[in-house]
Ligand binder design. Structure first.
Ligand code: NAD
Length: 418
């Protein structure tokens, strides 16, 4: 088993300690380094077990590489395509009694595991919205990789500091036009509770588009192109979510949905510069999954618990790694046509959107209560997935044993201190 580098990230050795989950609202404030390693190992093993993916990319940049879909894409490229990878993310190292963020441990695990392969791998920890991180990324690509064949934009962030003005802009998860009220499952207690959200103001909408829309994706491609870091034929992807009627009021028809619609605009704007180098820009619709970003969306615990129940029953349940592996093998890097919708987006949510799956979600959406929660939903699976996000709930990790929380990421270039 590959061990994590137990080198104090701040150069100081901290004390070994027992790390247990501490859930507050929809987040867990602790993370377990060994459990995060297990998560990354399982994803690596999944891709390895499916064999090599023919063709490009051989050099890939992933912006948002330490969690959910970004990390899974990096693993798919590194282990399926044997690609050199550069990952950009924003994570916190351990400090004193505070564990590092889960994404920090996952990035550390990836860098430890990849050393067994003869491929370049680099990590940049800093604010991807900033000019400084873009410049550092371009110079690292020039220095270590020459150019990249694929740029994956997989950021999920609640805030953005605008590089032009220094203004801090916040995204919101609000309905548009009218207030929203509904129910969700409280992840800590496992009980149904009511939720509500006020209708967004115009500023909420424009700010959310600034944070989660396509502008920063375009700035990345501009910076990479100006630095001659994009190889001929380079492709770029950005992940979106559409979902179904159940989540539309708060997601697709809400502030975040507007930001996601802006990705379609950005993809059209990027078509020209990308085709000038023989490449292309794609928005990819991924399925709804449990990640740190999605667990913050009101109502998602209920929707995903119903979805997991019915998708597992039909044998079509997928996690991030199954989605990105299938994206590479069946859409991006295969001979036939891609599964595009009328807006030109690649659809990876085909199994989620199947009639028999959505019929179950729709039929049970209003029926779930505290008495039938266990029968109608897979909240147990949701809760396990939630704990896994933070490195907990892995059966072969000894959570009663002390661990060194201060783990270093091999070779990381950091713009952030503890
Ligand atoms: P995640 O929370 O698991 O990962 C987010 C990543 O962004 C992390 O690597 C984090 O470090 C990085 N990040 C955040 N702010 C940053 C900053 N300022 N600078 C650098 N890095 C930063 O999120 P996810 O769910 O994998 O989401 C990734 C993309 O996939 C998003 O666009 C999301 O909308 C989309 N998506 C998610 C789902 C889902 O169900 N989770 C479904 C479809 C599409």
């Amino acid at each position: 088993m590959v061990r994590l580098r137990q080198i104090g990230s701040a150069g100081v050795r901290s004390m070994n300690m027992i790390v247990q989950p501490k859930i507050k609202g929809f987040i867990c404030t602790t993370a377990h380094p060994e459990g995060c390693m297990r998560d990354v190992e399982q994803q690596v093993n999944y891709v390895k077990s499916h064999g090599e993916i023919a063709g490009v990319p051989k050099r890939i940049l992933v912006v948002g590489a330490s969690g959910g879909y970004g990390l899974a894409t990096r693993i798919t490229a590194a282990y399926g395509c044997n690609a050199d990878t550069l990952g950009v993310f924003l994570e916190k190292p351990a400090a004193g009694k505070r564990t590092a963020s889960a994404g920090w441990y996952r990035a550390a695990a990836f860098e430890s595991l990849i050393t067994e392969k003869n491929q370049y791998s680099g990590s940049i920890n800093g604010d991807a919205f900033s000019d400084a991180v873009k410049e550092q990324t371009v110079s690292t690509i020039k220095d270590k990789m020459g150019q990249v064949d694929m740029v994956v934009y997989s950021l999920a962030s609640p805030v953005r500091t605008l590089p032009s003005t220094g203004e801090l802009v916040r995204s919101s998860l609000k309905p548009i036009g009218q207030d929203f009220s509904g129910i969700t499952i409280d992840v800590k207690s496992g009980q149904i509770r009511e939720i509500s959200a006020e209708a967004a103001t115009e500023k909420d909408v424009t700010d959310t588009v600034k944070v989660m829309g396509g502008e920063d994706w375009e700035l990345w491609i501009d910076a990479l192109s100006a630095g001659d870091a994009l190889a001929p034929g380079c492709i770029t992807t950005n992940y979106t979510y559409l979902g179904s009627e159940a989540t539309w009021p708060i997601y697709h028809h809400g502030t975040l949905g507007k930001a996601k619609a802006d990705l379609d605009r950005a993809a059209r704007a990027l078509a020209e510069p990308m085709s000038a180098i023989g490449g292309s820009a794609h928005v990819v619709v991924m399925k709804g999954l449990l990640t740190q970003a999605s667990s913050a969306i009101p109502g998602m615990p209920l929707y995903l618990s119903l979805l997991f129940k019915v998708m597992k029953k039909h044998g079509v349940h997928e996690g991030c790694i199954q989605q990105t592996d299938r994206l590479f093998r069946t859409q991006l890097f295969q001979e036939g046509d891609m599964r595009l919708d009328s807006d030109g987006r690649i659809r990876m949510d085909d199994l989620e959107m199947a009639d028999e799956i959505q019929a179950y979600v729709k039929a049970q959406w209003s029926n779930v209560n505290n008495d039938n929660l266990k029968q109608l939903t897979d909240f147990a699976g949701y809760k396990e997935g939630f704990l896994n996000l933070y490195g907990f709930g892995f059966h072969d990790v000894d959570y009663a044993a002390e661990v060194e929380p201060d783990v270093g990421i091999a070779g990381v270039i950091s713009f952030v201190s503890g």
